[in-house]
Ligand binder design. Structure first.
Ligand code: XMP
Length: 509
């Protein structure tokens, strides 16, 4: 992993996208915040400076020592990164009267640098900046302009240092991936060796070395991350990996048994624990969403701990943590307020004193799936929609009872089956049904009914941070609604959620 790219984060909302674009070219990269650079910077073959919500001219502007990199490795400043280079090396920046935001076209390219190789005049780029570089320092060469932004791209003479004021990492910059590739492959000469197969191979070797003959315990959830982590570990240490799969009674219909079976088929050493009664009693009378999460989190830890104690000589706890959870973020406006306490199944009690192993901590979600494919994990598991840890408890608004769980399991099952049969499932990022805490009047046969209302939700998203509601065709919605009302006793009305995130969230609780 010596062909690394170091991405220095100044707090841009797009920093992770830069990393994903670099990884897509099979080059390994790491994101580090500007104020906590890694010790081994000499191992990196190229450096990218991210954008930032700060102004390069501000007193509070983040700063780094450019001499750590300049003339030693190729350096690319993006947006703030470019302005930072210009400002600190003698150029002039000013705040433009209007924020330069949105699509623009390159109208001049000077092909004296490989950065714009195979990129032509007219190429669409995406701008998002308040400041602009008004005058380049003397030893800078202009390499591209747009109609409104003269100094859209530059190179420093006699060194491989570049700056661009647009964002190549966002998909609206149509040749953005090409530009980044020119930088990483043509200019920095990084080798494209970061592939799922090479990751699998090196991880297995590293896990073998790290874990030796030690016993490891891992909690499986049926989700992609824990499954891929389990299979990797299984390949490395075989039966020394002990998996625990807890049925909290809040999973989808039949999910526990089906998933448990498929885990057994994969050869995993696994114990399935039916703890649905314990969860139900821990949730009794609780309606508040955060209180539900806490009760579920605590019960999970108690049960997991109890089960793990049955395994002798456990030394390690394995977790399916992925890269976005690991990246240290640059705090721009102080710690953000908790909207939902998502990572409810986070830590275990200290007294377990286990060492932590996280085989996926270097991977983005899409890479976890690719590694899963390289490990021959069934596509049915890899392509599943995400499902929240607290499960149906946060899709039953208000308090939880066994009857309510049954109703929503049936509704959800019909919904998901229709999505699968109609080919919609793969096009949706996440879908589920919600049981509302109200009854409505209906008529069935000659009888007046006063029964439950359910809501259906389906969203498209990249990572769950933002989401759009999906426009499922009316004919399919009609069939789903009909089927639910006909088949699920106690439900007489179905509504479809047409809210995006933000301002709504994906789950209703
Ligand atoms: P929201 O509702 O915040 O959800 O838009 C974003 C993503 O997170 C999932 N989610 C959770 N996952 N524990 C989890 O493990 C939770 O408490 C939790 N709450 C929401 C949600 O399903 C969506 O994928």
């Amino acid at each position: 992993m010596n062909d690394n790219v170091l991405i220095i984060d100044f707090g841009s909302q797009f920093t992770q996208l830069i990393a994903r674009r670099v990884r897509e070219m099979n080059v390994y990269c790491e994101i580090h915040p500007y104020n906590n650079l890694p010790d081994n910077i000499e191992n990196f073959k190229a450096v990218i400076l991210s954008g930032s919500p700060f102004s390069a001219m501000g007193n509070d502007a983040p700063s780094i020592d450019l001499n750590l990199f300049r003339k030693r490795v190729p350096l690319l400043g993006i947006c703030f990164g470019a302005q930072y280079l210009a400002h600190n090396l003698g150029g002039k920046i000013e705040s433009s009267e209007v924020r330069e935001y949105g699509r623009a076209k390159l109208n001049k390219i000077f092909h004296n640098s490989s950065l714009f190789k195979d990129i032509n005049i007219g190429s669409q780029v995406w701008m998002s900046h308040g400041d602009t570089i008004f005058q380049l320092p003397e030893n800078f060469e202009l390499i591209a302009s747009t109609e409104d932004v003269e100094n859209a791209a530059f190179k420093i003479k006699d060194e491989e240092t570049y700056g661009i004021q647009f964002h190549p990492e966002v998909s609206h910059s149509l040749d953005g991936a090409k530009l980044l590739k020119n930088f990483v492959i043509e200019i920095a000469k990084c080798e494209q060796t970061w592939t799922p197969d090479s990751f699998v191979e090196s991880s297995i070797t590293n896990l073998k070395n790290e874990l030796g003959n030690d016993i490891v315990v891992l909690g499986l959830s049926g989700g992609v991350d824990s499954t891929v982590a389990a299979i990797l570990l299984h390949k490395a240490i075989g039966k020394n990996l002990h998996c625990i799969f807890v049925d909290n009674g809040l999973l989808r219909k039949n999910e526990f048994n089906e998933v448990l079976e498929s885990y057994k088929h994969m050869g995993l050493n696994i114990v399935g624990v039916d703890a649905s009664k314990e969860f139900l009693s821990a949730l009794e009378g609780i309606s508040d969403p955060e209180a539900k999460r806490k009760a579920i989190g605590k019960t999970f830890i108690d049960i997991f701990d109890r089960e793990a104690q049955r395994i002798k000589d456990v030394k390690w706890l394995a977790q399916g943590t992925i890269y976005p959870d690991v990246i240290e973020s640059v705090s721009v406006k102080g710690p953000s307020a908790t909207i939902k306490s998502h990572h409810n199944v986070g830590g275990l009690p200290d007294y377990m004193k286990l060492k932590i192993v996280e085989p996926l901590r270097l991977l983005f979600k899409d890479e976890v799936r690719e590694v899963g494919t390289a490990l021959d994990i069934d596509a049915n598991i890899l392509n599943r929609h995400p499902f929240p840890g607290p499960g149906l408890a946060i899709r039953i608004l208000g308090d939880i009872t066994e009857d309510k769980i049954k109703i929503i399991q049936e509704v959800d099952d019909i919904y998901i089956k229709h999505l699968r049969e109609s080919g919609c499932y793969e096009k949706i990022w996440q879908a589920g049904a919600i049981l509302l805490p109200i009854n409505s009047v209906g008529v069935m046969g000659d009888e007046r009914t006063y029964e439950r209302v359910v809501a259906l939700r389906a969203v498209s998203s990249i990572d769950g941070m933002t989401a759009d509601w999906v426009q499922i065709p009316y004919e399919i919605l009609a069939k789903i609604s009909n089927d639910i009302i006909n088949k699920v006793k106690g439900v007489n009305r179905v509504v479809y959620d047409i809210s995006s995130k933000p301002p709504s969230t994906i789950e209703w609780e």
